[in-house]
Design a protein around this ligand. Structure first.
Ligand code: ADP
Length: 450
């Protein structure tokens, strides 16, 4: 596989390049503005010094009187005093300044001289309306070339250090930011390698993207694990339960080949094989239906159902010939239910009641409202269930001891009943006394009548 750079490395490189680019831009900008900033600063300084010197000069009888405090030379600025006729009265012209320039009141300007440039400011100090003296401030203009050279020189040393620091900083920031992702990857890899779906990322809950991603992954693992468990259970259950009828069929075939002589013998064997095949078929369909319900793939479209009316009609259609079934179904008890599943539940309960009670004893099916719940109960007066068995009978394939159980049963019925109740947001209860009988009750949330 082609080895590509990790996202972390890519981000580090990009961030470093971005910062280096910004640093270079900043340098260029500084080079540009440093010229004008230096010149402007020098002009401000010149303006301030000449103006402050102006306060120490007075013109009396057309002559300047200079008081203490006047500075001829300060911070590289020379201040000179000229007569009205532009003859130097006081101060010393810098040696390198050799330009002849006319006087202009209050106007700062740059002047070329033999040795570089000068900044000049002239101020007119009037004594009366037609006489006065000139103050001239002179200052060497900042050398912009050497400033730029210095700046470049410093940058050459600073820039590599800056880029190195930027790269290190970017690396650490990226590494830190990606830490949760590393954790997610490591967990996913561990789950994949160990093929153990019980592992979870378990990042603390937070609002950031990684926490949400981890929570989504955990939820996905949860569902995967649940699905695999169901599949495993289905395979185990199916292979375990189908083994018996298959070996009975095989045995019957071998026996028939060896010993069956008359057509009656054959007919008996075939009917036994038929019974076992029927049992297998019903087992497989029950298992499939339960698995689908667990996985949530069974078509469980819910609709508004009048529980009493439904139980009544269903019983009339399916148990018409059983006169011992007594119906006591209140009307107008509405629930949200899937009629197909509800029918399966009623059939299982009623058939069990018939299987585990005397043919002559009555069975009652009651629909009512109790404690704000819709209830459907099936009561028999049969063999009952010992207390220690009452929790276990809901488990898959659990059959109370063989002497009591019906050989046609599979032990799946009640487990399916409980699952149907769950799917409807309800639950099952059982009241039973050995040798007296049992009452199985489905409790469902009542649907508000609008
Ligand atoms: P089965 O196919 O064996 O009837 P079920 O899951 O329907 O499987 O029931 C599990 C076990 O619960 C049965 O084997 C039986 O021992 C017991 N049982 C179920 N219903 C009744 C009942 N109405 N009276 C007594 N025992 C019952």
């Amino acid at each position: 596989m082609k080895k590509t750079l990790s996202v972390k490395s890519k981000i580090t490189i990009l961030l470093t390049l971005l910062m280096a680019g910004l640093a270079v831009l900043l340098l260029i900008f500084m080079l540009f503005i440093s010229n004008s900033v230096a010149t402007q600063t020098a002009m401000d300084q010149l303006n301030e010094t000449v103006h402050s010197n102006l306060a120490y000069v007075e013109v009396t009888d057309r002559k300047p009187v200079i008081s203490e405090g006047f500075s001829y030379f300060q911070n590289g600025i020379s201040t000179l005093i000229y007569s009205q006729k532009e003859a130097l009265i006081a101060g010393q012209i810098p040696v390198s300044f050799q330009a002849e320039i006319p006087f202009e009141n209050g106007f700062i300007r740059t002047v070329d001289s033999t040795d570089g440039q000068y900044i000049v400011l002239d101020l007119w100090l009037a004594s009366d309306w037609q006489s006065g003296v000139w103050l001239r401030g002179l200052m060497e203009a900042p050398n912009n070339e050497s400033l730029a050279r210095n700046l470049l020189f410093i940058s050459l040393i600073a820039l590599p250090i800056f880029i190195l620091l930027a790269a290190l900083g970017s690396y650490f920031i990226t590494k830190r930011a990606f830490q949760p992702l590393d954790h997610i990857t490591a967990t996913a890899e561990a789950i994949n390698e160990a093929k153990d779906l019980s592992g979870r990322i378990g990042l603390p809950e937070g609002g950031d993207e990684f926490s949400r991603l981890a929570a989504d992954f955990d939820q996905m693992f949860e569902r995967l694990e649940h699905s695999f468990e169901i599949e495993k259970q289905f395979t185990a259950d199916a292979s375990h339960e189908l083994r018996t009828p298959v070996s009975i069929i095989k045995g019957a075939c071998e026996y028939a080949e060896k010993y069956d002589e008359t057509p009656e013998d054959h007919a008996e064997t075939i009917s036994m094989i038929h019974r076992q095949a029927d049992k297998m078929a019903s087992l497989i369909s029950q298992l499939l239906s339960m698995t689908r319900m667990e996985q949530g793939t069974e078509n469980t479209l819910m609709e508004r159902v009048d529980l009493g009316e439904f139980a009544y009609t269903f019983s009339q259609e399916h148990f018409m010939e059983h006169s011992r079934l007594k119906l006591n179904t209140a009307q107008g008890v509405f629930v949200q239910a899937n009629p197909e599943l509800l029918g399966r539940l009623i059939r299982n309960l009623v058939e069990n009641a018939m299987k585990y009670s005397d043919d002559s004893s009555p069975i009652s099916l009651t629909v009512a409202v109790q404690n704000m719940e819709a209830t459907l109960s099936v009561q028999d007066f049969g063999i009952g269930i010992p207390h220690e068995e009452q929790e276990k009978i809901w488990q898959r394939f659990y059959q109370a001891d063989a002497s009591r159980s019906n050989e046609n049963g599979s032990g799946l019925g009640l487990s399916m009943v409980r699952q149907i109740a769950d799917t409807h947001g309800g639950y099952m209860t059982l009241e039973s006394e050995p040798e007296k009988g049992s009452t199985f009750t489905l409790h469902l949330p009542l649907l508000k009548v609008s």
